[in-house]
Structure formats: structure tokens, C-alpha cells
Design a protein around this ligand. Structure first.
Ligand code: MCN
Length: 742
């Protein structure tokens, strides 16, 4: 991929930041378009029957709007979905029941307060293990003898708690009917998937998608949760059409915490069997996924948990079943990692518990079981096809860089002295799957008469920096300076099609599409140059910064503006790059923590990772993704949890209750990368956007439990708050499974 003098692999500064920092790009709430405000009236009970809705002005209910159910869309099964506004019953606190319109946000809020929703309460349940309605089961892998030949079997229950996506910008939409005077509906939506929003709104409003124009304004993070249309967006669009006027909906932080798809929420009963020397013979998984009140994409994500259930290890046999059940909480959605952190956390816990059981070092147990280095695909017992990997290299580099042996010695010393502050070391290997969703995406490249370039892309950046990397990719192929290349995405009128940004798919699919389209343009231009210069087309080469000319004669180079002028057709090409398969980035995270044995407080001293996402186009951006993912991963291990009371009443509904960390809470992150290119795309790139949430969480959880080992603590559920750690030290914690394995 990268050649000498290549712009690929360089830390080019993000070109999108200047506009974001100086207000040059607007978020949906700041768009300069006059609109009345929409506010939703929501259920304040977890479960109940709607008896009546009365009061208020400008109120619309499900009966008034008559919208069809909103379906979750592929890959979710066809029966997944929910009503746009509650009909008959409410399923969770925050479930939208009615909608009101006001001239201002304040007026709409006041009107919403005046609406009386009479609800006959029914028992609410937030515990998936007490739920009875099963909405989805992945195809099981049935291998009752999966643990045959084991000398030891370790059994445990793993709770992967529910967390909130909590993007900095909450959700919203600005809907303007007849924006263009031709009766088309324009929607500004902070979303990861403009084409999918357009399709859902079209389906629900029974409109031709061509009658809808979706534009994504600046978007303050999505983290997987803004991957599809929300009911409020559909209802706002429908109301705007019905009233024939622009309408704006922007939710409050509390609404966002209540309603935006919560994630994880798995209870796993797991067994791992191994021989006395630590060689794993098999694993058994029984997973219960909390789907929330209506089945959405989160109810399906056990598909990925199953796929990744053997991690980076040679686990020959796996027995796996998973059922998704409804509870009276917000519908479970996707959040950074989506189904894969749930697998990695458990596989790594299993390795640690095995090490404890066998009295072996946790790194040594891993070393004995890692899949050997491969450049050809490896098929796992769950049917995953790992593209290319060197898992041992990542782990050995990480333990070497962190100084594992010295850390163990320091830990032993503190234990011997009986220090108040005990050291814990956690090592976690991870592998995840990227390039998810449809295996293709769109890109095009067009050269203008002045030699500038427009690149179109079907994916939709909401913080990842595609403007920067995609310009690098086009520049590399065309030899045109990066600054002369404009990248356009997130606009359904300008870009013909696309599948959006999620599943860390954008570089490998969207980037490769641009790479191939640019290569197509170069081929066209070479023919034109050859004809003009009366040379052999094979002899025409790209001269970076000056154009195309005969190899070995740089002064023959024709500038791109000249090539565009000579070309009878526009110099342009498009590509729907189809990778045909997914890629599997991997790596090793090491966490070092200090636990205060008197207070239960945890302080992370170090977090080191060696991530391998193949070739990297922009190391600065990749490192930013490593940092962001690690921060979210640590946050799940130590602080974040959506808490519900026994009747499913939510207790964490704002940033006072829900412990989202700031940069001040973290130690410095030591990020490193190995490079095992994938053979599946021309860039050799795998995704990096979610790696941190997959690798960091188990490393931190493991480190805290490791610090508590001398106190007989074998396992402790997340989040590892001071109270939970303190209770475990006191010997009475929930989630503190003590003693030897059954
Ligand atoms: N990159 C690179 N070399 C690689 C891989 C990636 O230089 N081998 C660069 C890419 O060009 C891109 C960035 O790193 O600028 C991330 O690329 P990729 O891994 O392809 O992920 P996506 O662009 O598809 O982003 C999606 C991913 C997901 S699924 C979530 S969730 C997530 C994440 O990205 N949400 C984010 N990172 C986020 N970052 C921000 N700021 N906000 C979010 O909501």
C-alpha cells in the first residue's frame, strides 16, 4: 500500500476540526432555520395499560398519526420493531406516548406537562433472568460433550451490565416539508446512516425515498446508538408534513439517558474445561440477552457474541446458546463493540479463572492456547473466519512493554508487606469483527477542469475523521495534493447510495471504494496522457504533485487540469467496493491498578495496549480511536451502569447519577500497534473504531480482581465501584464469587 513518499501512514492533522472548533459547522439544534418545537410526552411508569390521554394543546397521539410500526430493519429479524407512539400499553419509563408542538421549546415543554396520561400500572421487570418472553434465539451450537477430556472445569456466571451510549450531543431532527418548493421533505438528522433514516421515514410515511432528502449536520458522537432512525425522528417528520411547517425535536439529557438504546445487558452462564497443563478442551455458553421492552438490534447482537466466543484461542469445541428476552427497560441497542465486548470479557475471565484454578500465571495459560500466527484464514468452532492474525506477537509485545515480570515482583513485594494499596495486573487478549453490515459501500472520484477533485462516500462520519483519511487515500492514487481534494458524505441528494458508519466498516469498505474509484480515474487518465504524448499506456506514470507523464521523463507530465480538458468524458469513476467477508482486528491490553484495601477505591496506574488493525492510513486518527475506545472500555469496568430498581424504575437518568468519566479520571494511555495487513481489501486495513471497548474492559476488570486475590476474591462483577470492592474485601459483596471453582 504505502510507497516511499506516500501520504498513507502519516499523521495528517484532522481537516474537520477548524470548522467544528470555530462554529463553522452546526449541530442540529443550532441550524439557522426557523422551526417550532416538538416535545414528547413519555411514560413515567415502567409498565402499564394506557387508560386515557387528555389535556394539553396541540397534542397528537398514536391514534391521530396512524403510523405503522417501525421495524428494526436488517440484519434484525422481520418481527423486530415497535409502535411509533405507544398504543394500548407502555413498556418502559421514557416510552413516547404522545407528542406536542409549541412555538418555542419552553412552550412545548409546558404543554407536554399539561397532558395527562392515565396509566393502569402493571408489574415492571428489569431482570432478564426473571423475564419470560423470548424474542430471539441465535442458531445454537449444540455440543453437549464440549468439555470431554477436561481435568478441570470452571463454571461461572458473568454479568455484562447495561450501559448507556451517552453521546455528547443528544438525539434530534429538524424536519422541513417542501424545502425546495417541489414538495420534497428535507431532514437534518444527527445519524450514522442517512440512507437508512431516509428509508425508515419513507416506509413509515408511505413516501417514495426520492421525496426525502436527508442531510447529516455536525454530529456529536453516535457510538453505535445513532445507527438507525428513532421513533421521535419519524414522528417529527410525519408531523412536519401533516402541519406543513418546519419542526425541531432535540431531546434533553434525561430523555437521552432513558430512551437511547442501552447496551450490553447480558447474563452468561459459562463453563470452561482444560487439561491439567492448561490446554483448553472446550467451553459451554448459555446467554440471556436483555432486549428491553421492544426487540431492536440489541436483541440480535448475540449473533456476534456467538461468533467471537472462542476469542484468540484454539478452543476446539464450543456449545453455545443465547436467548433474548423482553424487560421493562429501553430497547437494547448497539454500542461501540456491539456484541463483541460481551464475548471478549467472558473469554478473558474464563482464562483468568482457569489460571487461578490451575495455579498458573494468567499470561502462561493464554500463551498455551493462542491460535498460531496465520496469513491464511482460520475457521473457528463458531464458524468465524479470521482473516489474518498474529496474536502471540501482540501479547508478547504488550507484556514486554509493560514490564510484566517486574510488575509481578512489585506486586509480590506489596503482598508480602501487607500494604494498604495492593497492586493488580490484568492482561486481556481480544479479537473482534469489523466491516459489519452489508459487505460493500460506495465511493466515487471526479476530477474537475481546474484539477481539483470531489470524492463522494456512502459512509457517514460522526467524529471519526473520514474527511481527512479519504482525502489521503485519493491523494495517494491521484498524486494530487491533499488540499485540492474535497470529500462529501452524509447527504442523500449528493451521494447516490451508501450503508453508513458502524461496525468499524468505514475505512475498509468506504476507503477501499475510494481507492478503487481513484485507481479507475488514473486508468482513464493514463490512456488520455498516452494518446496525447504518443506514448505507450504502460509507460505512463503518476507524478505526485504534477500529473501524469512518461516514466523516467517527469517534464512530460500533463497536469490534471489538462487531462480533464483533453478527456471527452468527465474524468470520473465510482465503485461499490465489496469485501465479501469481514475482518478481525485483535490485540492485547494490559491494565495496572492500585486498590485501596481500606476504602475499596481503585486507581488505574497504567493502561497499555498493542492493537493490530492491519495497515493504518492515519496513525493520529487511529490513535484517537484507540484512546476513545479505551476510555469507554475502562468506564464500563469501573463506573458506568444503567441501574433499575426492583420494579424497573430507572435510577441513573442524568450525569449526576450515571458515572460517565472525564479525562481527569484516567491515567495516560500507552497505545502501540502491530501490523498484520488483511488480504481482503487493497488498503490491507481492518477497523480500529471499536477495539478499545473490546480489549480494555476485561483488562481492567482482571486487574482489580487480581489485586483482590489474596483476599479470596475470585470474581467481581462490573462496575468495580469502591463500594463493591469494599464489600468484597469485607466478604459480603454481591457478585463476589469466592473460593475455588465448583
Ligand atoms: N483508520 C485508519 N487506519 C485503519 C483503521 C481506521 O487510519 N486501519 C481511521 C479511519 O480512516 C477513520 C478512523 O480511523 O478515520 C476509524 O475508522 P474505522 O475503524 O473504519 O471506523 P469507522 O470510521 O467505521 O467508525 C465507526 C466506529 C464505531 S462502530 C463506533 S461505535 C465509534 C467509533 O467508530 N463511534 C465513534 N469511533 C467514534 N469516534 C467518535 N469520535 N465518535 C463516535 O461516535
Amino acid at each position: 500500500m504505502a510507497t516511499a513518499g506516500s501520504i498513507l501512514g502519516h499523521s495528517v492533522l484532522r481537516r474537520e476540526d477548524a470548522a467544528l472548533l470555530t462554529g463553522g459547522r452546526s449541530y442540529v439544534d443550532d441550524l439557522d432555520i426557523a422551526a417550532r418545537s416538538v416535545v414528547f410526552v413519555r411514560s413515567d411508569v415502567p409498565h402499564g395499560r394506557i387508560v386515557g390521554i387528555s389535556g394539553g394543546e396541540g397534542v397528537f397521539t398514536a391514534e391521530d398519526l396512524q403510523l405503522p410500526d417501525m421495524l428494526a430493519g436488517p440484519p434484525a429479524p422481520a418481527h423486530f420493531g415497535r409502535p411509533a407512539l405507544a398504543t394500548g400499553t407502555v413498556g418502559y419509563v421514557g416510552d413516547p406516548v404522545a407528542v406536542v408542538v409549541g412555538d418555542t421549546l419552553a412552550e412545548a415543554r409546558d404543554r407536554a406537562e399539561e397532558v395527562i396520561v392515565e396509566i393502569e400500572e402493571l408489574p415492571g421487570n428489569a431482570d432478564p433472568m426473571a423475564a419470560s418472553e423470548v424474542v430471539f434465539e441465535v442458531d445454537p451450537i449444540e455440543d453437549p460433550g464440549a468439555l470431554e477430556g477436561a481435568d478441570v472445569v470452571v463454571s461461572f456466571r458473568y454479568l455484562n451490565q447495561k450501559i448507556a451510549p451517552a453521546p455528547m450531543e443528544t438525539n434530534g431532527i429538524l424536519a422541513v416539508p417542501d424545502f425546495d418548493g417541489a414538495g420534497r421533505l428535507r431532514l437534518w438528522v444527527p445519524t450514522q446512516s442517512p440512507f437508512s433514516v431516509r428509508q425508515t421515514v419513507a416506509d413509515c410515511l408511505r413516501l417514495d425515498p426520492d421525496r426525502i432528502h436527508v442531510v447529516v449536520p455536525a454530529t456529536g458522537g453516535g457510538f453505535g446508538a445513532k445507527g438507525h432512525a428513532y421513533v421521535e425522528q419519524v414522528v417529527t417528520a410525519a408531523l412536519a408534513v401533516r402541519l406543513g411547517e418546519p419542526l425541531l425535536w432535540v431531546e434533553s439529557r434525561t430523555e437521552n439517558m432513558l430512551h437511547m438504546g442501552h447496551a450490553r445487558g447480558q447474563v452468561q452462564d459459562v463453563q470452561i474445561g482444560a487439561r491439567a497443563d492448561g490446554t483448553v478442551v472446550g467451553m459451554k455458553w448459555s446467554v440471556t440477552q436483555d432486549a428491553g421492552a421492544y426487540p431492536d438490534i440489541g436483541a440480535w447482537l448475540t449473533f456476534y457474541t456467538k461468533m467471537m466466543a472462542s476469542g484468540t484461542y484454539r478452543i476446539p469445541r464450543i456449545d453455545f446458546r443465547a436467548r433474548s428476552v423482553t424487560t421493562n427497560t429501553a430497547p437494547t441497542g448497539a454500542l461501540r463493540g456491539a456484541g463483541r465486548p460481551e464475548a471478549a470479557a467472558t473469554v478473558e475471565r474464563a482464562m483468568d479463572l482457569l489460571a487461578t484454578e490451575l495455579g498458573m500465571d494468567p499470561v502462561e495459560v493464554r500463551r498455551r492456547n493462542l491460535i498460531k500466527t496465520h496469513s491464511e484464514p482460520v475457521v473457528t468452532p463458531t464458524g468465524a473466519v479470521y482473516d489474518a492474525g498474529d496474536y502471540l506477537a501482540a501479547m508478547e509485545r504488550a507484556v514486554e512493554l509493560v514490564g510484566y515480570d517486574e510488575l509481578r515482583a512489585a506486586q509480590a513485594e506489596r503482598r508480602r508487606r501487607g500494604d494498604r494499596h495492593q497492586l493488580g495486573i490484568g492482561v486481556a487478549n481480544y479479537i473482534e469483527v469489523t466491516g459489519n453490515g452489508p459487505s460493500s459501500d460506495y465511493g466515487s472520484v471526479e476530477i474537475h477542469d481546474d484539477g481539483t477533485v470531489t470524492v463522494l462516500s456512502g459512509v457517514s462520519s460522526h467524529g471519526q475523521g473520514h474527511q481527512t483519511t479519504y482525502a489521503q487515500i485519493a491523494s495517494e492514487q491521484l498524486g494530487i495534493p491533499w488540499g485540492r481534494i474535497t470529500v462529501v458524505q452524509s447527504d442523500t441528494d449528493v451521494v447516490p447510495r451508501g450503508n453508513g458508519t458502524y461496525g468499524s466498516r468505514s475505512l475498509q469498505l468506504g476507503g477501499s471504494a475510494i481507492d478503487r474509484a481513484a485507481a479507475g480515474v488514473v486508468d482513464q487518465a493514463r490512456q488520455i496522457a498516452a494518446d496525447h504524448l504518443e506514448a505507450n499506456v504502460e509507460d505512463i506514470t503518476v507524478y505526485h504533485g504534477s500529473g501524469l507523464g512518461v516514466a523516467g521523463s517527469p517534464d512530460t507530465a500533463l497536469p490534471w487540469s489538462k487531462l480533464a480538458e483533453l478527456s471527452p468524458e468527465p474524468l470520473a469513476a465510482e465503485c461499490d467496493f465489496d469485501q465479501g467477508a469481514r475482518t478481525f482486528p485483535f490485540g492485547t491490553h494490559v491494565a495496572v491498578v492500585e486498590v485501596d484495601t481500606e476504602t475499596g477505591g481503585v486507581r488505574q496506574l497504567r493502561h497499555l495496549c498493542v492493537d493490530d488493525c492491519g495497515n493504518v492510513i492515519n496513525p493520529l486518527l487511529a490513535e484517537g480511536q484507540q484512546h476513545g475506545g479505551v476510555a469507554q472500555g475502562i468506564a464500563q469496568a469501573l463506573w458506568e451502569e444503567m441501574v433499575f430498581d426492583a420494579g424497573a424504575g430507572p435510577r441513573t437518568t442524568n450525569f449526576g447519577d450515571y458515572l460517565i468519566p472525564s479525562a481527569a479520571e484516567f491515567c495516560d494511555f500507552e497505545t502501540h500497534r502491530n501490523t498484520t495487513p488483511t488480504p481482503l481489501n487493497p488498503l490491507g486495513a481492518k477497523g480500529i473504531g471499536e477495539a478499545g471497548t473490546v480489549g480494555a474492559t476485561p483488562a481492567v476488570q482482571s486487574a482489580v480482581i487480581d489485586a483482590l486475590a489474596p483476599y479470596g476474591v475470585r470474581h467481581l462483577d462490573m462496575p468495580l465501584t469502591p463500594e463493591r470492592v469494599w464489600r468484597a474485601l469485607a466478604g459480603d459483596g454481591d457478585g463476589a464469587q469466592r473460593g475455588t471453582a465448583p
